[in-house]
Design a protein around this ligand. Structure first.
Ligand code: NDP
Ligand code: 2IT
Length: 449
């Protein structure tokens, strides 16, 4: 893209290559957002004077640390831990922790960059952050996971706090890990405070936080289809992933009258033409809760077809909902979905669609909901958990669900407002612009120095 961020580089790509070398995921996220917000910056003397975009592509802080921990066999292992505090203009830093061998500064910078705009879209006062470790929990015992969480928090606790930075879960970090992390923080600091979200309800967690991301994805899909004179009822849905987002998205899709026919994990995908139901989803959750298990066992239990090492995008369906990880839906897969008549794509994961695949969907006018809008329900309920912790009260599930529903509708409306041109809605552009304006205005108002 011909857009210079300084005097030495004449394109955004050249700048990123020099300024953040070998960070392909971060470059991908920045280039996509930049294409949408450059015209907004060009029109604003205040944004240009404040050098907003240059400041937006630089994390405010990137913390990297050693995590040394002991295995059950007594061996000392070393992993790398990180926290990227990307932008704190509209509130304390907020975003999940991911434990996965693919975690790198590039992955966490892209996630924290995206989180900045996502959090702004929720309408709640939260800055953008992400963190985690290259630790691989698969095959680790419960005791090893607990010790790892403790060692990780020994360092992280210096950098977080209820008014500073409030982490939560992400891939391989669920309520069990949040419990261990919270316990360690509390023991070190001697304070019981809302420093993490996604806690169990027994110790100041919010109702509905577990369900929130997946439910929110389907609320957004419902709004998007309704806005296009269609409905989720009776639709066939491909879901990838078999974790928190995927299983609760499946549960809500079914409750809204859709038929979910796939789930996947890193070993392959299952095609169940009869459709998932509550019993099958509960079994998947229990099975995948054991670290390192494969979804393959699903077909022995319930039937259906197993596709080893493949993603679900070869199957014919109305809706595709990638809910596993970044870049899991390629250009070729997108071509296939288009050929099969898929009507809409909704991102439950963060940046699961490659740039090539996005171009295929745009060319073919497929409805496309970007993750920063569609999966914002998780962090939105995290925001509600923060408020509940402040007042030491807890709202019931119905109240939280109603607020989540309203927030997803507001995000949908913001995408429509900022993304409509010639009667067509570009949801990705709408989300980027709506999130950007709020963050940029706060940065301008706060000055520098
Ligand atoms: P979980 O750990 O609960 O589940 C992750 C799922 O994705 C598992 O089925 C896992 O398979 C699969 N997966 C992970 N990495 C890969 C990979 N490299 N290749 C193929 N499959 C993979 O995570 P979540 O459900 O919480 O997160 C899923 C996505 O949703 C992520 O992109 C996350 O950032 C995003 N997200 C999560 C939110 C939340 O509240 N949890 C909020 C918003 C977005 P396996 O078990 O084999 O590893
Ligand atoms: O990507 C995400 O939005 C999350 N993993 C949830 C972050 C949060 O702070 O709840």
């Amino acid at each position: 893209m011909r857009f210079s961020l300084d005097d030495r580089h004449d394109s955004l790509e050249a700048f990123l290559e020099a300024n953040a070398p070998n960070e392909p995921e971060f470059h991908q996220a920045v280039v996509e957002v930049m294409a949408d917000i450059k015209p907004i910056i060009d029109q604003s003397e205040a944004y240009k004077a404040a050098n907003i975009f240059r400041r937006l592509v630089e994390p405010e802080r990137l913390i990297s640390f050693q995590v040394a921990w002991q295995t059950d066999a007594g061996r000392i292992e070393v992993n790398r831990g990180y926290r990227v505090q990307f932008n704190g203009a509209i509130g304390p830093y907020k975003g999940g922790l991911r434990f996965h061998p693919t975690v790198t500064p590039s992955v966490l910078k892209f996630l924290a960059f995206e989180q900045t705009f996502k959090n702004a879209l929720t309408g709640l006062p939260m800055g953008g952050a992400k963190g985690g470790s290259d630790f691989d929990p698969s095959g680790r015992s419960e005791a090893e996971i607990m010790r790892f969480c403790g060692a990780f928090m020994q360092e992280l606790q210096r950098h977080i706090g209820p008014d500073i930075d409030i982490p939560a879960g992400d891939i391989n970090v669920g309520s069990r890990e949040i419990g261990y992390l919270f316990g360690c923080y509390r023991r070190i600091k001697g304070r019981f405070e809302g420093v993490l979200t996604g806690k169990e309800e027994a110790f100041a967690g919010s109702a509905m936080r577990t369900e929130a991301t997946g439910y929110g994805v389907m609320y957004f899909l419902s709004d998007m289809l309704n806005a296009h004179d269609d409905t989720i009822e009776g639709k066939t849905v491909l879901i990838s992933g078999a974790g928190n987002v995927a299983t609760y998205a499946a549960e809500k899709a079914i409750a809204l009258g859709a038929k979910v026919i796939t789930l996947s994990d890193s070993s392959g995908f299952v095609h169940d033409a009869d459709g998932l139901n509550t019993e099958k989803i509960d079994w998947v959750r229990a099975h995948k809760a054991q670290a390192g298990t494969s979804l393959r066992a699903y077909v022995d239990k319930f039937g259906g077809a197993w596709f080893d090492g493949e993603t679900p995008w070869s199957i014919k369906a109305d809706i595709a909902a990638p809910c596993a990880t970044q870049n899991e839906l390629s250009g070729k897969a997108a071509e296939n979905l288009v050929k099969n008549g898929t009507k809409a794509v909704i991102e439950g994961a963060n940046m699961p669609t490659t740039s090539d695949a996005k171009a295929v969907f745009a060319r073919n006018e497929i409805l496309f909901a970007p993750g920063k809008a569609a999966n914002a329900g998780g962090v939105a309920v995290s925001g509600l958990e923060i408020s509940q912790n402040r007042t030491r009260r807890s709202d019931d599930a119905d109240k939280v669900d109603a607020t989540l529903r309203a927030i997803m509708s507001d995000i949908h409306a913001a995408c429509v407002e900022e993304g409509t041109r010639d009667g067509k809605v570009d949801y990705a552009k709408g989300a980027n612009i709506a999130g950007f304006r709020k963050v940029a205005d706060a940065m301008v108002a706060q000055g520098v120095g």
